[in-house]
Design a protein around this ligand. Sequence first.
Ligand code: FAD
Length: 396
Amino acid sequence: MGFLGTHPVLIAGGGIGGLAAALGLAQKGISSVLLEKASTLGEIGAGIQLGPNAFHAFDYLGVGEAARGMAVYIDQLRLMDALTAEEITHVDLRDAFRARFGNPYAVVHRGDLHGVLLKACQNHDLIDLRVSSEVLGYDQDASSVTARLGNGERVTGSLLIGADGLWSNIRNTVIGDGRPRVSGHTTYRSVIPTDEMPEDLRWNAATLWAGPKCHIVHYPLSGWKVFNLVVTCHNDAPEPVAGKPVSDEEVMQGFAHVHARAQNIIRHGRNWRLWVLCDRDPNERWVDGRVALLGDAAHPMLQYFAQGACMALEDAVCLSHMLSTHEDHALALQHYRAQRFPRTARVQLLSRAIGEHIYHPSGEHARLRNAIMRAKSSEDYYGDLAWLYGGTGLGS
Ligand SMILES: Cc1cc2nc3c(=O)[nH]c(=O)nc-3n(C[C@H](O)[C@H](O)[C@H](O)COP(=O)(O)OP(=O)(O)OC[C@H]3O[C@@H](n4cnc5c(N)ncnc54)[C@H](O)[C@@H]3O)c2cc1C
């Protein structure tokens, strides 16, 4: 680690990826300065699903117990046909799943998860958290890298990690591949009190209703106090949008063709907000000298595999491992990239494919999906998912 010299590692972005990176480095005795654009550190008030691979990462980052304490442990991943309202299949997440993967599958409130990571960072002497610090770009030489901030400040470090999300400034310089791809898929989110969720659908499951060009997801959160609703339709939306408030009627437009029972879920939502989803093709040029990308800045993906944050956590594990086991920064960052790129690229591409082939097909394609997925047991699904859930940031 001699290459780190006396300078801290700079991290641009205080989302789940940036905080996890700071924690991972601190676990290895490496100091960091985290530079967050916003004036406060936080997350939006919605849910997130976490596979066992996220819990492997939490343990490595030293927050396993705290993360387990705020999770809701669901019994199933349940797939429903949104046209017939019949179950297609489910994956049992109870004892056999946990025994197989060594950790649970859970759902958490984003704010709670971010809060666990933030608290651990705040309690660590090696982490300096700074808000209102947008990183616009960087300059580097043989011994250091300097981040240029929007407020005119310059901060020098040994390395710079770009964990600044989908619209990453750091990526613009490292790769320069323009704006993200607009998927044409629109997602609407709402969180409602559990007693307002239709009573016959208060399942202890992450449930997904798959219909032609649309799907609906719901699961309980925060000790069953609320239900997270996420509904998506493929409506060829042309421009990126993030978090715009929309009316119930507008949400329903993409779901006029699904079963009344599925529509009823949408009717129970309130304060809907809209996102037009973006992602990118995999691109392995994540490293530029003393600068490397992490999380959505490196591999933004559609949420259909529920793995974006899980991958960011794994990145943090891998990065801190590589920096603590190599004597040369170039080698450490190249090993980090080589380890992480194939796995994250696979998840990026599969996330798109799942949307097209499992969540959104119609007609014969949908009938075939139902037949294939019905024929599988939970054990079959465990086998299919072993490369993902059995993996860690250090290898699968
Ligand atoms: C609808 C939806 C559902 C999802 N569901 C799941 C799920 O169930 N499971 C899962 O694992 N993932 C899920 N994801 C993906 C997950 O939310 C993201 O992959 C994850 O939050 C990425 O974290 P990040 O830290 O890389 O980026 P971000 O969360 O985007 O954080 C980036 C941070 O950097 C800051 N920033 C931006 N630019 C700058 C700058 N120039 N300088 C300084 N700071 C900057 C931002 O303010 C922000 O705080 C979902 C995503 C969506 C849209």
